[in-house]
Design a binder for this molecule. Structure first.
Ligand code: NAP
Length: 293
């Protein structure tokens, strides 16, 4: 945030994180503001950890910034700096949205809604294929925490978390009441006689544009028999994991659906307005098509 900004319209909304170069949130929210004829802009505010984050929150309170998206690496560190947390943010243990409620700067988590809405969309278009009883979540960060909660809401009872750093998976398992399994044992469901997982969710950056793009968190041979593979990475839309999953005959879901729905939920919280998911999706797909040319 630049307090000395000379632009006439003050930025009312924005995103904090580091790095932010990849974020499509400014595109989505500025489009939404224009669509609804609302004043203000949505900006990217690259913010480092520690004192810079504290200073940002203090300034956001003074300037009464209307809405903030929070991304890596601040989703957990920002929690003690806020006036209030929603029950959902407390339960997940991570915040991705700031808004004002009763004069208090409040933290919420719309990543849960994003994952739930993406799964619901998939179920609608695959009604014969929607009975999923087990899931493995790869990674144990903020997105994995949101996934645990969304999968419970979706009715999945057997949820395992596998992470490169085992202590973090154990922590998520304890707090979100799921089970932790070793990273090396993520390929199939040992508790069910090594059966394939019903659902595999990638919540690591493996496959994301940049240095990790050629990587995948799951060997291709472990995907045979999996009903649905959901990659939370949305850039590129078809990651190596999703290409492997398609080749193995699994259903696939890109992180773009999650991104879209978590963003529309933020916009609703800040403005009370509903945006068209279909138009928002078109906007994002068109932008990503341009970027890949
Ligand atoms: P995070 O809190 O930083 O967690 C990242 C997780 O990935 C950690 O558990 C980390 O393991 C693991 N990891 C990192 N590099 C790895 C590697 N080389 N091999 C194996 N595991 C590795 O991040 P987050 O907020 O949960 O986000 C995770 C991913 O989800 C992001 O990269 C993003 O693409 C995606 N995401 C998508 C949306 C959306 O709207 N579609 C929203 C949020 C996040 P350690 O604990 O061992 O470090």
């Amino acid at each position: 945030m630049n307090p000395n900004s000379t632009k006439k319209t003050p930025a009312a909304y924005g995103i904090i994180g580091m790095p932010l170069g990849h974020s499509k949130s400014p595109l989505l929210h500025n489009w939404g503001l224009r669509e609804c004829g609302l004043p203000g802009r949505y900006e990217a505010w690259p913010t480092e950890q520690g004192n810079k984050l504290k200073a940002f929150v203090a300034e956001a309170k003074i300037r009464r910034i209307k809405g903030v998206s929070v991304t890596i690496p601040h989703k957990q560190a920002i929690m003690p700096l806020l006036d209030a947390l929603t029950e959902r943010a407390k339960a997940v243990g991570a915040v991705n949205t700031l808004y004002w409620e009763n004069g208090k700067l409040t933290g919420d988590n719309t990543d849960v809604l994003g994952i739930s809405a993406a799964l619901a969309e998939w179920t609608t278009t695959n009604p014969n294929n929607s009975k999923i009883s087990s899931a493995v979540i790869l990674g144990a960060g903020g997105a994995a925490r949101a996934a645990c909660m969304a999968l419970k809401d979706f009715g999945i009872t057997d949820i395992a978390v596998a992470n490169r750093t085992p202590g973090k998976a154990k922590c998520v398992a304890r707090e979100l009441v799921v089970r932790a399994i070793p990273w090396e044992e993520r390929m199939n469901n040992a508790e069910q006689g090594n059966a394939p997982w019903g659902l595999v969710i990638n919540s690591t950056p493996l496959g994301m544009q940049g240095k990790d793009e050629a990587l995948t968190p799951m060997p291709a041979e472990a995907l045979t028999g999996v009903t649905l593979v959901f990659d939370l990475v949305y850039n590129p839309i078809r990651t190596v994991l999703l290409k492997d999953a398609e080749a193995a005959g699994c259903g696939i879901l890109s992180g773009l659906s999650m991104f879209l729905h978590q963003g529309l939920a933020q916009f609703r919280i800040w403005t009370g307005k509903e945006l068209s998911p279909a138009h928002a999706r078109q906007l994002l797909l068109a932008d990503m098509a341009c970027m890949s040319k």
